[in-house]
Design a protein around this ligand. Structure first.
Ligand code: MG
Length: 390
């Protein structure tokens, strides 16, 4: 199939997903044109990327870094903007075909909403968008005819398993590696350090998602993400721990048939698939050698040692703004943990305390979601300062 180049925006281009996406673009220059790159803070890498990929526009979200980026890109005729509002404004650019949303945390929501309202296809790596506002975001995508293509490896796996199927699955089976503390005894969980949590056994990712993986909150966020992406009732979504991370997730159909997507763990595969979808392109991924693998293992998640997954599942059942409050509390708790202010085992307690204190809204609109995020983050920081800070 001969196609026009796909014009893409990469939001969060200096992060783990963003840099790997640009690697994919560099491998397939015939397929892509970079229209826009945005970064939060990393001015020097953003400048380097802009000079290499020659986008029309660049946004540095931190306004203090604007002068540095503008100065450096002036000779290259690249327009430079500052601030999150600029990112949202640029989503309606006519030449733009697709937006890769790879920013970290709740900050991804506003630009994703702007992109969907402009009818752009969104390759979604930012799971917090659906965690906080899935009930609003997915209908918006439908209303504006904007496809949402998952980048998260588990959801990409499910998405791939559903290609060409005419029947809806009866079950989604999310796999998770279990993280670095899968076999850590309960008594040692208290003394887990940030450095230990940042060493993931299978996946190389940014700091926030790596800590989330170690608490299993990442699987909780993905559970909620799956509920909205695939419009699946929570009781039909299952989590199974699979330490080798070879099966990236599965779906089961009415007749008992299970489809799975397998590969060595490499985020470049789901990232590139989202960008080239519905086509597949070459990738220098290490092929699977089944004889070398020998066996694959599966077990139930341990909700006693990893309460975050259970919290996420019960707050999804509660509905309203509860998952949004949970997400904000988790962002505050993870930041405090990375700064050494709280213990690993304080994270779920801070989340539960915060959600309990935050006003429950049964049918929040976007405005209420933004307020909840702000309010829950504030409450979580207060709780951290008063009760948990060491
Ligand atoms: Mg994932």
């Amino acid at each position: 199939m001969e196609e026009r180049k796909r014009h893409i925006a990469i939001l969060g281009s200096t992060g783990s997903i963003g840099t790997q996406a640009l690697d994919a673009v560099a491998q397939h220059r015939d397929l892509f044109e970079i229209e826009l790159l945005t970064a939060n803070n990393n001015a020097s890498l953003l400048i380097e990327q802009a000079i290499r990929f020659k986008p029309n526009n660049v946004v540095i979200c931190n306004p203090d870094k604007y002068a540095e980026v503008a100065e450096a890109l002036k000779p290259h005729y690249i327009k430079v903007f500052a601030g999150m509002e600029s990112v949202c404004d640029l989503m309606s650019c006519e030449s733009l075909d697709m937006v890769l949303a790879a920013m970290v945390g709740f900050s991804g929501l506003k630009p994703v909403v702007a992109a969907l309202k402009a009818g752009k296809a969104v390759a979604l790596a930012n799971k917090e968008t659906l965690v906080a506002a899935g009930a609003l975001v997915m209908p918006l995508a439908q209303e504006y005819g904007a496809p949402v293509i998952p980048v998260d490896s588990e959801h990409s796996a499910i998405f791939q398993c559903l290609q060409g199927e005419y029947s809806r699955p009866v079950k989604l089976i999310l796999t998770g590696s279990g993280g670095p503390f899968l076999n850590t005894p309960s008594a040692e969980m208290d003394s887990i350090t940030a450095a230990a949590a940042l060493k993931h056994p299978r996946w190389n990712m940014g700091a926030k998602v790596t800590v989330d993986s170690s608490t299993l909150m990442n699987k909780g966020l993905e559970f909620i993400e799956a509920r909205w992406l695939f419009d699946m009732a929570p009781e039909n979504i299952e989590v199974v721990i699979h330490p080798e991370s070879i099966i990236h997730s599965m779906v089961r159909f009415e007749d008992g048939c299970v489809m799975a997507q397998l590969s060595n763990p490499d985020m470049r595969l789901p990232i590139q698939y989202a960008l080239t979808y519905p086509l597949r392109r070459s990738l220098d991924c290490k092929p699977l050698d089944f004889a070398e693998l020998g066996s694959l293992h599966f077990q139930k998640p341990d909700l006693e040692r990893f309460p975050c997954l259970g919290i996420a599942q019960s707050l999804l059942a509660k509905g309203g703004n509860a998952c949004c409050a949970m997400n904000a509390a988790n962002e505050a708790a993870v930041a405090a943990f990375l700064q050494g202010k709280i213990r690993f085992t304080d994270i779920p307690n801070i989340i539960s305390d915060t959600v309990e204190k935050c006003q429950f809204i049964e049918k929040p609109d976007f405005e209420a979601i933004y307020c909840t995020n702000f309010e829950a983050f504030r409450i979580a920081e207060e709780i951290i300062g008063n009760k948990y800070a060491r």
